[in-house]
Design a protein around this ligand. Sequence first.
Ligand SMILES: Cc1ncc(COP(=O)(O)O)c(C=O)c1O
Length: 361
Amino acid sequence: MSRFWSDHVNNLQPYVPGEQLAIENLIKLNTNEHPYGPSPKAIAAIKQAANDSLRLYPSYDAKGLRQSIARLHHLEVENVFVGNGSDEILAHIFSGLFLRGGRPLLLPDISYSFYRTYCRYYQVPFEIIPLAEDFSIRVEDYTQQRDVAPAAIIFANPNAPTSLLVELGDVERIVKANPDTVVVVDEAYVDFGGKSASGLVKQYPNVVVVQTLSKSYALAGLRVGFALASPEIVAGLERIKDSFNSYPLDSLALAGAQAAIDDQDYFNEVRKAVMDARDELTKDLQGLGFTVLPSATNFVFAAHPEHDAAHLQQALKERGVLVRHFSQERIQQFLRITVGTLAQCKRLTQELATILERNAE
Ligand SMILES: Cc1ncc(COP(=O)(O)O)c(C=O)c1O
């Protein structure tokens, strides 16, 4: 690092994304991307927007896209904030809502690792709450009275990388028990098996729901996410946006995202195909002796009692199949496997069967 950087930058521990290798015939099941393409209507809208009007700045308030999202969630446009991927929205939330007089942010020990990265980047004080033995979120840990109310609570629901869901009633219990605390529910994967907390937004001023088009809408490359919250919280997020970058979504992203949201028929069709493939993959992995946590996402979290996960990941990579392994304590023996097409899932399980056999020799 150059000596011109501040100590703060020198000490950062950035998020490590999954590998994006440009190798032919590679089966990529490591970054929870959707195996099917986005809605053909989204692609058509992007192509149509690729015209001479690109010389103009895009809409600064993204009204059309926000209206479509509001309609889908039975909310008002003032309840919707959009950003360049949900990561950017989370960054605004960490910097704007979590620094409150030294009160801590509560977050699970096993969760989306970007949360800790943002804590360090924005110097947010935080307290880690361990998940239960079975990796579930213990709701009581977040509803008990504390001497000092936490500034905020954040968790992914369903959680990543565990794939486990907290039922909507329990999310509401957490929100209700913490009226002086912002509760952020990161629903990146909710469309694959959960119920959104978006219905709580009108009732509770302390809840913020964050979603993305990267997973269930198959638009990771377009970088679009959104938050649903009270008009006051959305107004604050707009203030942060306009102090940082007034045009986080370009014209192509606005057009493509709105068309994708409006095409609910396609969305539901491919979402179902992923969920069906997940159930099939789960059975096949169990047949090979893996323990698979009950997934409400587009990935499974699986461990084998006799085979080391890091070794399995490496062996799969050598055979052209990428899956994700985390070296964090408690989950070192798990693989996070994105649900691909049925054919990709079959290839994965065939490769795994061969590797397990060889290991046993
Ligand atoms: C739990 C969770 N939240 C947020 C994100 C970020 O998604 P986006 O592509 O919208 O930035 C991810 C991406 O993997 C995720 O797993």
